[in-house]
Design a protein around this ligand. Structure first.
Ligand code: FES
Length: 254
């Protein structure tokens, strides 16, 4: 675990309730991170007391020494981050956890996100496009104004916004038949419906086909508190240190 002070390069307001905070990550060695890993960010001045706990924030993008986080100012810690300006320093731990595993042979990648759970998937989409994958991204947004902006994505990515969860799942059968790999950032309650849809579209779910980003509380972020326990075929595991990315065949207790 590495504690760092990263300087804010830019704070861009993407939507009324969504910011992209860019940090100077020149000290991060190339290859020292994987999409799906996260930073544990202190969201206050060091001498202040609230909010006490760090926030676990998926690495949204990392490119050429610049690391982006998606900030949602309707949350106490994120509200503090949304007020940061260029030159401010952030106290972060990480990158932490286990990220997505993108196979070396390119194919068709389907990304599925619930709302702004999209945060950990965009870096994976970038990496996949760079390695020759065809990428489709399905994400929900109850209003067009709440959707992740298409302009932030590579034009090579086919991006579809679905107004409801039902509409999202309606889109998936054809996409699941097309896909060689699925990465999903949806709440654990939706892992079983995802698994059932994969089995309906492809008869079986094989290891390596679908990976999920565990959207669970990552309180300590370092495997100490147990708040992020996930039941798996290997027993109980910590989402913060054994995940937050798990193979869908690996998670049980759905
Ligand atoms: S967040 Fe504390 S053990 Fe994972």
């Amino acid at each position: 675990m590495k504690q760092r002070r990263l300087l804010v390069l830019d704070n861009q307001r993407l939507r009324p309730a969504l910011h992209s905070l860019s940090l100077n990550a020149a000290e991060l060695e190339p290859g020292a991170w994987a999409p799906g890993q996260f930073l544990h960010v202190l969201c206050r001045e060091p001498e202040a007391h609230s909010p006490f706990l760090r926030r676990a924030m998926p690495i949204h993008r990392l490119d050429a020494g610049r690391l982006d986080l998606l900030v949602r100012p309707d949350e106490l810690g994120h509200a503090w981050l949304a007020r940061r300006r260029a030159g401010d320093a952030l106290d972060v731990l990480g990158p932490l956890g286990r990220g997505f595993d993108l196979p070396g042979t390119p194919g068709h990648l389907l990304l599925v996100a619930r709302g702004l759970g999209i945060a950990p998937l965009v870096g994976l989409a970038d990496q996949a496009v760079a390695h020759g994958w065809a990428v489709t991204l399905l994400a929900t947004a109850t209003r067009p104004a709440d959707a992740y902006p298409a302009a932030q994505l590579s034009p090579a990515i086919e991006y579809q916004v679905c107004p409801t969860d039902a509409a999202l799942w309606d889109c998936t059968p054809a996409a699941l038949a097309w896909a060689d790999m699925v990465a999903a950032a949806v709440p654990p309650a939706e892992w079983l419906p995802l698994r059932q849809r994969i089995e309906a579209a492809r008869l079986t779910l094989v290891s390596g086909f679908a990976q999920v980003w565990a959207d669970v509380p990552l309180a300590c972020g370092v495997g100490r508190c147990g708040a992020c326990a996930i039941e798996t075929t290997r027993g109980w595991r910590h989402a913060c240190s054994d995940g937050p990315v798990f193979d869908l065949t690996e998670v049980t207790g759905l």
